[in-house]
Design a binder for this molecule. Sequence first.
Ligand code: HEC
Ligand code: HEC
Ligand code: HEC
Length: 129
Amino acid sequence: MYDGGKIITGLIIGIGLLLLPFWPIGNKWASKPPKPELTAKAKEAGKCVEPKTFIRQKHMELLDKWRDQAIRGGNRLYINSENVTYDISLQNTCMQCHSNKAKFCDQCHNYTGVDPFCWDCHIAPKEKK
Ligand code: HEC
Ligand code: HEC
Ligand code: HEC
């Protein structure tokens, strides 16, 4: 004698438990988060062009939007969610505050296995040692 319903429920719970360690908790870096370093300039500014949770997860989309707005739209001013205006420039805006590319962008990208090709054309900041 067996109860099909219980077996199925048991299977579902069992598979759920097996998958539990792979369940994303909050964000992709839940297990071993790299700590991107802020430059003195960034620390002084205190905030990024958008709130941290947004920029952390969506900076690639924001950069695409910046490129389209600047190049296709011909508008190089970005007004953020708090009504602060920034010049649209990867090199002169993002990389002025985050001039420590190796310890900021690269460290995070290496960890997540991303290798943006932007620097084939865009000039990366010169790192001071
Ligand atoms: C005015 C200085 C400044 C500019 C310009 C700037 N940032 Fe930031 N950025 C910061 C600061 C400060 C933080 C940390 C924010 C915090 O802790 O709340 C930060 C955080 C970030 C983070 C998240 C880091 C983490 O620890 O999760 C990313 C990604 C990022 N910035 C990318 C960019 C990109 C891409 C641009 C250009 C589109 C840019 N930033 C422009 C100052 C700046
Ligand atoms: C907190 C970690 C973190 C920091 C700091 C960070 N990135 Fe990223 N970045 C990521 C992750 C994760 C992805 C991949 C996201 C995805 O595939 O959805 C990514 C993707 C990108 C992409 C898209 C690449 C592609 O091939 O799709 C660009 C462009 C980019 N980052 C630029 C930057 C720049 C410029 C900086 C430094 C100013 C920076 N990132 C800092 C985590 C970070
Ligand atoms: C094949 C060369 C090339 C590659 C690769 C490239 N770009 Fe660009 N990008 C350009 C050129 C050329 C412009 C126009 C420059 C101008 O008119 O100021 C530009 C403009 C931009 C702009 C707006 C203006 C500025 O100075 O920032 C952004 C933002 C931008 N690119 C982001 C990116 C990002 C992010 C990547 C990587 C995912 C990338 N680009 C990869 C060539 C390239």
